[in-house]
Design a protein around this ligand. Sequence first.
Ligand SMILES: [Zn+2]
Ligand SMILES: [Zn+2]
Length: 314
Amino acid sequence: MVIRFWGVRGSLPAPLLPSQVQEKIAFVVRHIQAHDIESTASRERFLSELPLWIFGTVGGNTTCLSVSFDDDPANLLIFDAGSGIRELGLSESQRGKTARHYHIFFSHFHWDHIMGLPFFLPAYNPASSLDFYSPKPQLKAILSKQMEIPYFPATMDSFTHQILFHHITGSVSLCGSTIYYRKMYHPGDSYSYVVDDGQHRFLFATDVELRDADFCINEENKAFFQNIDLAVIDSQYTLEEFIEKFDWGHGAFSSAVDFAAHWGMKHLILFHHEPVYHDKKLYAILKASEDHIKSHKKAGLRVTLATEELEISI
Ligand SMILES: [Zn+2]
Ligand SMILES: [Zn+2]
């Protein structure tokens, strides 16, 4: 399966400011030397050696990621419909191929996880099929509410008519995979998902404040959290800010590392970035996470910062 990130911010969109773009350009100009631009090769080397917080950005859109399967291009799994789903929709329009069947799972319905849905262009294509999934029975009413006057000029009736709402109470089988869910600690609850294709297991755990119960080694937790190849876990805060915002329903990067190491996960993606953290701070958090991993005896855990356009195959 291929996991692609379309929105990685928490709480609300956080686009770069002009002054932040200027800071990146000014850094490059100040550091470039004559030998860096004497050939194409030297220029490319210079660019490749720039810090990632300068030569890019983590992105400003809120939660959305897709899971695709090479052997099933007609279907696409989507997790959450934050503002990042607008980019996914534009990318789908540019594919120029036949309409797809979109299966959208929701972690919960805080605004940053649904705000992009009215801007998801494929939803308006009559040839698309849309299936929505949530363990919350009010799924249809909640999604319809944000597409009503005065919140939005078009209602969900303008979407494709091939649309279904699924109140899930157990596992779901799609695209040769099984999708499981688990209720997690967050104001109003959130749901984490595991996608298991029989060979690899992907965990999506956004908007979670990890609790002792999540670390408890029992059969239910083992079935959900063990043998995870790729784990996207809420790591919104530094440890200091987490202590200040205890019980807000999000996690510190260090507890995400502890949790992934505890369950023997292979690859952790730091996710749901605090909107006021700028790129430099987020890459410093990545470095601190790499250092924190070294404090765990079990080797082998990798950590990556979620960025828009990041794509990982497992
Ligand atoms: Zn959120
Ligand atoms: Zn939330």
